[in-house]
Design a protein around this ligand. Structure first.
Ligand code: GLY
Ligand code: MN
Ligand code: MN
Length: 342
């Protein structure tokens, strides 16, 4: 396949390539030209953030497809590749209508694999985001008492992160009691009670780079079953982190977690993947699950997050963020992992 240029419209890829933090933009990249296209809402911001690109700003009534077409025609291009996984049928139609005479070729994984290995500067920002997540957990621990609502805990987490000058990486998960069996449950007005599992999953976003941290504790008094679940999840998590190093297949790390949980027959309660890439997106390129084809390489940043979710009882997930080094991983999150809080 030979094309004249790449058209990048997935905003996460645009952000990664250009440093632009706005919500709408595209990039046309040929061997000799790099053009960043955005609309007038982002004129000043683009000029401030985007370096090394020619900046093309359009305004209403011009549509984005027309602006992309103007750039493509001005550069004299006749064939352009685009991100197959990202472009919708409607967008394809708008390109066909607004950019006549151009051959558009879908390419899978055109940009995303480049994002897997992080630069030292990117890792530093993720490290800072992890530090805020750690501090936030230690701060919020003192709130985990009977009578406090999930919603108030979630709000406190959000306030803490924002007060550090960071953004919330994603909507805070704070679930308790039977509700902790919902891996991605949203906080409710339920009050914490003695004997609850409480799972908190949150992250900070620093200069566009994210952390993603989960801790589960029991309020007041734990049963043997709590202990069994917590220990199995913690052992799976720690064993997987210890097994990670360059050259290891992500799906083999996932399989190790399932094997450990299976020793207590808990694997049937672990429905999601063991982890995901972490970076400028929270669910960044790469996945650690039974179907993954990814292989660990130095500079990749991963979450490791086994969980056991038992309907009618509750759930436990423990999640840390790690960067792959030359001979293993460095754990970037250091929040404590208490089992029971007073
Ligand atoms: N916070 C979503 C996740 O852990 O993947
Ligand atoms: Mn998480
Ligand atoms: Mn995660």
């Amino acid at each position: 396949m030979s094309v004249d240029a790449a058209l990048v419209t997935n905003i996460e890829n645009v952000r990664w390539m250009s440093g632009f933090s706005g919500s709408s933009a595209a990039i046309v990249l040929s061997p000799s030209e790099a053009v960043f296209i955005t609309d007038s809402r982002y004129d000043e911001q683009a000029h401030e953030q985007v370096k090394g690109f020619e900046i093309h700003v359009f305004a209403s009534p011009t549509r984005q497809a027309q602006a992309i077409g103007a750039v493509i025609h001005r550069l004299g291009l006749t064939s352009v590749s685009f991100e197959a996984e990202h472009v919708t049928f409607a967008t394809m139609n708008s390109w066909a209508n607004d950019i006549p005479g151009i051959e558009f070729t879908p390419v899978e994984k055109m940009i995303s694999p480049l994002r897997m290995v992080k630069s030292a500067e990117e890792i530093e920002k993720i490290r800072r985001a992890c530090g805020i997540g750690d501090a936030c957990f230690e701060h919020v621990l003192r709130m985990l008492r009977p009578g406090v609502t999930e919603y108030d805990v979630a709000l406190d987490i959000e306030f803490f992160i924002r007060r550090q000058g960071a953004k919330i990486a994603f909507d805070v998960i704070a679930v308790s009691g039977e509700r902790s069996a919902r891996p991605h449950g949203t906080p409710s007005e339920r009050k914490l009670e003695v004997g609850d599992f409480v799972t908190l999953d949150f992250g900070a976003c620093v200069d566009g780079w994210n952390s993603d941290l989960t801790r589960t504790v029991v309020i007041g008094e734990a049963t043997d079953r709590h202990r069994e679940v917590f220990d199995a999840v913690l052992r799976a998590e720690e064993s997987c982190i210890a097994a990670m190093k360059p050259g290891v297949a992500a799906k083999d790390v996932d399989a190790l977690a399932r094997r450990i949980l299976a020793e207590r027959d808990f694997d049937k309660y672990f429905g999601h993947g063991l982890g995901h890439g972490l970076g400028s997106a929270v669910h960044d390129v790469a996945s650690m699950n039974p179907n993954s084809t990814d292989v660990l390489e130095p500079g990749q940043v991963w979450t490791v997050e086994p969980g056991v979710y038992i309907p009618g009882f509750g759930g436990c997930r423990i999640e840390d963020d790690v960067v792959v080094t030359s001979d293993g991983v460095e754990v970037l999150t250091h929040a404590s992992k208490p089992f029971v809080v007073p």
